[in-house]
Design a protein. Structure first.
Length: 405
């Protein structure tokens, strides 16, 4: 067992704690404490969630454009979109989490039936007003479950009840939705290309729909989950009848449940629902050839906030591990926490997992100290790796000594 000489670090961010760039930098710092001379390639993975716009702006020589928008609880928040540079000039990246992310919802107001994606639509509108006509919308880390209705409203659509009255914000209100009026949409949408970078495992309705899978994570009670599930079924009926003729199955089509149903809502305007890694990495948007970097590595280290039963369903460590497996490279995954089903990730190509927390601590302390915890966790795992290499070398040496002349 040799010590790795070339390490590829390819993590996502830790939700509500560390962005992908900080995670990559912290892992690199931990590696260098043990292997100071190792060659490190750090590739923060833009997965559509927090930090995606900044990551892609930096990768392309673009800029972040500040915009004040309506936040998920209806109050103004400072937000942004990315105007990309280089070969991606003319493209905007709208990170939905920057306008409607869970971190923008105060803990005492976490009711996914009431929060809105209106600010996401405002970001898209701002990008259109800047003259950008290719708009990539990153899904992830959302604090909403309004089926994208708020985003449509910000772009000029009207969501109406049976008496022609416009519905208020929030997914719960959609149980009364009867009509979607698209006559006053932003005119630039006619010539724009909207690409939703989403997790294809997320669907709008059914047993694995957004209400039941993600509603509790966003603060919904069991009663609220059932109400949201009924509202999403009604919203799907309205989109099927009044949305643009796109051929999308709004109920269970891949990606329709992305970001609390934002996928379904924007699909009704003709947005393409594209697997997020295809849209953000394989498209060449960031000038990144991840597979080539894999082939040159001796070890891949990836990371996310939590490794659990959801990780195999399109999360960053799963995608990274799948590609590393094809390249024949071992994978270590670090996580803020290890949850139910975490050991199952060994079946998808992750060779070892480790949590950054070694003692019980509350979420606030873990978030506040996340960077240092990650550096120290990386150092511990690297020392274990060195121990394994030393044991392997010792066994080989002793066997050679005992071998008959």
């Amino acid at each position: 067992m040799a010590v790795p000489q070339r390490i590829l670090i390819a993590p996502s961010g830790f939700k509500e704690s560390l962005d992908a760039e900080t995670v990559a930098r912290s892992i690199a710092a931990g590696v260098r404490r043990v292997l100071p001379g190792v060659q490190i390639t750090a590739v923060p993975i833009a997965d559509g969630g927090e930090g995606t716009a900044a990551t892609l702006a930096a990768a392309t020589g673009g800029v972040l454009v500040p915009v004040d928008v309506t936040g998920p609880v209806g109050k103004p928040v400072e937000s942004h979109f990315a105007r990309l540079g280089g070969s991606a000039t003319g493209t905007a990246v709208v990170e939905m989490a920057a306008a409607a992310g869970l971190r923008l919802v105060p803990r005492g107001q976490r009711d996914p039936g009431a929060t809105t994606t209106y600010g996401v639509g405002e970001l898209i509108r701002a990008a259109l007003d800047e003259g950008l006509r290719t708009i990539v919308i990153g899904c992830g880390d959302s604090g909403t479950s309004d089926g994208g209705a708020g985003a449509l409203q910000a772009l000029g659509a009207r969501v109406l009840d049976g008496k022609g009255r416009e519905l208020p914000f929030g997914g719960s209100a959609l149980i009364k939705a009867e009509h979607l009026d698209l006559t006053n949409l932003h005119p630039a949408l006619r010539e724009a290309t909207l690409i939703l970078a989403c997790n294809q495992h997320n669907v709008l309705c059914g047993r694995t729909g957004v209400a039941r899978v993600f509603g509790p994570q966003k603060g919904a009670s069991p009663e609220q989950v059932e109400k949201l599930a009924k509202a999403m079924r009604q919203w799907a009926r309205v989109l099927e009848r009044d949305g643009l003729p796109t051929g999308v199955d709004y109920r269970t089509g891949p990606g329709t449940g992305a970001s609390g149903g934002l996928g379904a809502g924007l699909a009704a305007l003709g947005a393409r629902l594209v697997p997020r890694f295809e849209a953000l990495i394989d498209s060449g948007l960031a000038g990144l050839d991840l597979d080539a970097l894999m082939r040159r590595a001796d070890l891949v280290i990836t990371a996310e906030g939590a490794i659990d039963f959801q990780t195999p369903n399109g999360k960053v460590p799963a995608v990274v591990a799948g590609r590393a497996q094809l390249a024949g490279v071992p994978v270590l995954a670090l996580a803020g926490s290890l949850g139910r089903g975490a050991p199952d990730v060994h079946d998808i190509g992750i060779d070892a997992i480790a949590s950054i927390m070694t003692i019980p601590m509350n979420l606030e302390d873990a978030v506040a100290n996340g960077e240092q915890l990650l550096i120290e966790a990386t150092e511990r795992t690297m020392r274990l790796l060195l121990l394994g290499a030393a044991v392997s070398a010792s066994i080989d040496s002793r066997h050679q000594e005992l071998r008959p002349a």
